[in-house]
Design a protein around this ligand. Structure first.
Ligand code: LLP
Length: 432
């Protein structure tokens, strides 16, 4: 019934998250409401970094991909676990900086960083800038020279993993806006140029093959390809690449159709591949970085809504309309993503219906999901949508001039606001 281990049900049939009663949360904070379970976030981070220590001899770092869910409180939690951060815009960098995040543990990404963003990253001494293309390298060289510093960089590489073998959304193939292509020789030419740059230090290579991936094999494949390239650079240029960043993308359970591998198994297998490939190729073991986003944030979060209208269309479908929708939960309209929903105040009851949960925005495609098994829901009931901690708040909008919901963190039964609900004045704050 529950897709995340942090969800439970009280004797009155109320859904709980991280020990907090969702019905009480709604009384205190209203709906729509994002709820994040701090202990679940910490547990997932620890599972990643403990396995990295166990299977990769402590030679690795976990950089949480903050695009999945970023706010200052999240940055503080990641920092307190000793992990790093992947940031992809000046906004994410600024959030981390203001939260007191150690910037040397930040990797700065983006396929089209502006000069302002590069300068901000360099001035604030981020650990690595992951350079996406040759013009960015040139611009960064200039900025670094002006500022009199020599930042560490990685190159974003498209490893060109066989698109015919694995059927998932990929970013590692040649037809992608991200990174340097290996097959065409573009990546090697760029490396040749970078090793002779005075103002940047080519520290590592990066790849990210896609998101919500269940199969471990493509990650192993990508690691092999990247190590082959590291060996080529060593053999042909005599240059030692020190860091290998294998990105994120680990799949999670949204509905009971999903069957993700445990993070531990992923890290065990990938670490094994990296170690044995390094031995075969006679190269030094690189420092390994991974960038999980969804797998840290998604299972820790739920979204709570209040049901308004219930509309039964005979022989067609039943619509249950809630007080949010595509503005706070855009993944259904974007990707047709499926979620698990529960009537939070009737969580002990059987799911007797299959319904369409609709939002309140002015378009028909504004749905949370279709054919969703649910307890009988009526006006005034609370609906919890599970595993919404990633790519929901972070992709939310003010469409229809809706106010963005609050984000509440729960921790062993207690709750606190991390992001305030937007007010009507927030809606017009930039209007002249
Ligand atoms: N590293 C890089 C360079 C990335 O581009 C991404 C995600 C990650 C790490 C984290 O990947 P994760 O572990 O979260 O899968 N909005 C989409 C997902 C887009 C992912 C973009 N890049 C969604 O809602 O499914």
């Amino acid at each position: 019934m529950f897709v995340s281990e942090n969800l439970n049900v009280t004797s009155e049939g109320h859904l709980t998250i991280g020990g907090a009663d969702t019905v009480e949360l709604v009384k205190e904070y209203g709906t729509p409401l994002y709820v994040m379970d701090e202990q679940m976030i910490r547990k997932s981070l620890r599972r990643f970094h403990d396995s990295m220590n166990k299977y990769y001899n402590g030679q690795g770092e976990v950089h949480y991909a903050s695009k999945a869910f970023s706010c200052m409180e999240m940055c503080r939690i990641v920092a307190s676990e000793g992990d790093g951060l992947d940031a992809v815009s000046i906004g994410e960098l600024y959030t981390a900086l203001k939260a007191g995040f150690p910037m040397e543990k930040v990797g700065f990404h983006g396929n089209n960083k502006t000069d302002e963003e590069l300068r901000f990253a360099v001035q604030n001494k981020v650990g690595h800038i992951i350079v996406d293309n040759i013009s960015e390298l040139h611009r960064l060289e200039k900025i670094a020279e002006d500022l009199g510093v020599r930042p560490n960089i990685m190159f974003r590489i498209k490893p060109g993993i066989d698109a015919h073998t694995h059927d998932f959304v990929k970013t590692g193939q040649i037809d992608s806006k991200f990174g340097f292509a290996l097959e065409t020789g573009e990546a090697f030419e760029a490396v040749k140029e970078a090793v002779s740059c005075k103002n940047v230090n080519l520290y590592g290579l990066h790849c990210h093959i896609g998101s919500q991936i269940f199969d471990i094999a493509p990650f192993e494949e990508a690691a092999k390809v990247m190590l082959g390239f590291i060996a080529k650079i060593r053999n042909e240029l005599g240059y030692e690449i020190e860091g290998l960043n294998l990105g994120g993308g680990f799949g999670i359970m949204y509905t009971d159709k999903d069957d993700p591998s445990p993070f531990e198994t992923y890290l065990e297998r990938v670490s094994q591949v990296v170690k044995s490939e390094c031995e075969n190729l006679g190269i030094k073991l690189p420092r390994m970085f991974i960038e999980p986003g969804r797998s840290i944030a998604a299972p820790a979060g739920i979204t709570l809504y209040t049901v308004g209208a219930r509309k039964e269309i005979p022989d067609i479908r039943t619509y249950i309309s809630v007080d949010g929708g595509m503005a706070d939960s855009p993944r259904y309209i974007l990707y047709g993503s499926e979620y698990t929903a529960i009537v939070a105040n009737k969580a002990d009851q059987e799911k007797t219906e299959k319904v369409t949960i609709a939002g309140k925005c002015c378009e028909s495609g504004d749905l949370i999901g279709e054919n969703m098994p649910l307890q009988h829901a009526e006006s005034g009931d609370i609906i919890a949508v599970c595993a919404t901690g990633a790519y929901n708040y972070s992709m939310s909008s003010n469409y229809n001039r809706l106010q963005k919901p609050a984000v509440v963190f729960v921790n062993e039964g207690r709750s606190r606001i991390a992001v305030k609900r937007e007010t009507l004045d927030d809606i017009i704050r930039n209007d002249i």
